[in-house]
Design a protein around this ligand. Structure first.
Ligand SMILES: Nc1nc2c(ncn2[C@@H]2O[C@H](COP(=O)(O)OP(=O)(O)OP(=O)(O)O)[C@@H](O)[C@H]2O)c(=O)[nH]1
Ligand SMILES: *[C@@H]1O[C@H](CO)[C@@H](O)[C@H](O)[C@H]1NC(C)=O
Ligand SMILES: *[C@@H]1O[C@H](CO)[C@@H](O)[C@H](O)[C@H]1NC(C)=O
Ligand SMILES: *[C@@H]1O[C@H](CO)[C@@H](O)[C@H](O)[C@H]1NC(C)=O
Ligand SMILES: [Mg+2]
Length: 383
């Protein structure tokens, strides 16, 4: 038993609470915070602060080891000023899980100048270099040779048909920019590889490998984590344009390409499988090369980015599938990645443990009915 009885104790507390409330009421100008701390906040002294943690090369690594080499690469985010919160969330994740140890530079692109708030909030998150670029008008806007009447009628039809982003012109500009222009932007000229990061995505596992060095050492062109079916209503004539291009330009079609992943009938029909391009680790020299440039220019000349709503995901995916060999496409199974509403989580227990993953492998999208992963595996297992 306590020395004062429970009812008396409660009464005491109530009186105390009431009297402090009265105090506040009597002096409404007293800041509440003053009641809780002394005037001088106590701080942990400077000598306790590390200046910076360094990722020391392993003592054992030789100069040629992939553990010490760095690739010619950047982390890339396209965003609007209004995306600042989401940009911060994505960047925080990737810095924690990967880049604090690797220090790859960040490039941010926007169709209008980034404001000081955006710049300040993302810059504080990394010790790597950060740069901000504006996209030149001719890389972003609907080209003058597009028939605006036809384009606006197409947008209206997609609105009537309830197609996501069907009425949006800026979404179409974004898809075309990502398909054929970002790698020509001035700020990306110094780099060969990029990792595309969108606002509001999540990285669920420690990434203890350098995917860029891996890509370079193994002649990889395009890396993905999630593959799924495209919404066919957004690309009614894309596949016929691809077929025309391939017939006109057989010299660009790669031997041992991945078209068998995207078509079940020898190329007549597109099954919709594509790599979800909000995550990409890829080689810009491939996009810049002769084959893909011809491919993009051909598709662009059809106007389908505006008369339909061709996405950069099927355009990149079909380009990589048609113009590179299948061994140059990499599934990054180790990378736990989420873009609402889907997550790829490594299902291999050793990878999941080693990555200290925060995702649930049982809820990985890989074998969801809408995923193309089992098709990819079947295709890669076939000879
Ligand atoms: N600067 C700029 N960036 C844009 C614009 N529209 C989209 N983006 C960026 O382009 C990328 C793709 O856009 P999202 O809106 O995420 O499109 P999505 O991934 O197809 O659709 P969600 O499911 O809504 O994420 C993101 O990095 C966006 O920040 C725009 O008008 N201006
Ligand atoms: C160096 O690394 C190799 C393999 O990566 C390992 O077998 C060897 O034991 C290591 N040597 C030292 C001194 O740590
Ligand atoms: C990085 O790659 C780009 C594109 O291939 C190239 O122009 C640049 O010279 C490279 N930089 C270095 C340091 O190798
Ligand atoms: C890389 O792939 C390309 C295209 O398939 C091929 O031409 C080239 O020889 C490959 N390079 C190496 C080093 O394997
Ligand atoms: Mg997105």
């Amino acid at each position: 038993m306590s020395r004062i009885s429970r009812p008396v104790g409660i009464l005491f507390i109530v009186v105390l609470a009431l009297s402090s409330l009265a105090l506040l009421t009597l002096h409404p100008s007293t800041p509440v915070s003053k009641l809780f701390r002394s005037t001088k906040p106590s701080r942990i002294p400077e000598e306790y602060y590390h200046t910076e943690f360094e990722s020391a090369p392993l003592p054992n690594a030789t100069d040629s080891s992939p553990l010490v080499r760095r690739a010619n690469a950047t982390l890339l985010m396209l965003a609007r000023n209004s995306d600042a919160d989401g940009a911060v969330r994505s960047m925080r994740d990737l810095e924690d899980r990967f880049n604090r140890n690797f220090q790859y530079p960040w490039v941010f692109l926007n169709d209008e100048p980034f404001d000081d708030n955006f710049k300040k909030r993302v810059s504080v998150l990394t010790t790597a270099p950060v740069s901000f670029g504006v996209i030149p008008k001719d890389m972003w806007h609907q080209p003058p040779w597009i028939d605006e009447e036809r384009a606006s009628a197409a947008r209206q039809k997609m609105v009537d048909d309830n197609i996501i982003y069907g009425g949006s012109l800026s979404y179409r500009n974004m898809c075309r920019f990502n398909s054929g222009f970002f790698y020509r932007h001035e700020l990306l000229q110094p780099y060969r590889y990029y990792w595309r990061v969108e606002p509001d995505v999540h990285f669920h596992c420690n990434i203890n490998i350098d995917p860029f060095v891996y890509m370079q050492d193994n002649n990889k062109t395009y890396g993905f984590t999630i593959t799924m079916y495209e919404f066919q209503a957004t690309i009614p004539t894309l596949w016929s344009a691809v077929r025309e291009f391939a017939a006109l330009n057989p010299q660009y079609v790669a031997r041992d390409n991945s078209m068998g992943f995207m078509s079940d009938d020898g190329g007549t029909k597109y099954n919709g499988c594509h790599f979800w391009s909000n995550f990409e680790i890829a080689d810009m020299d491939f996009w810049r090369g002769e084959a893909y440039s011809a491919f993009f220019n051909y598709l662009d000349s059809k106007g389908g980015f505006y008369y339909e709503r061709w996405g950069d995901a099927p355009v990149h995916s079909i380009g990589a599938a048609l113009l590179t060999s299948r061994s140059q496409i990499q599934f990054f199974r180790e990378v736990g990645y989420e873009h609402n509403p889907y997550t790829h989580c490594p299902k291999e227990e050793d990878l999941w443990e080693r990555g200290r993953c925060s995702c649930d492998p049982a809820r990985s999208f890989d074998y969801d009915g809408y995923s193309c992963m089992s098709r990819w595996e079947k295709f890669m297992d076939s000879s």
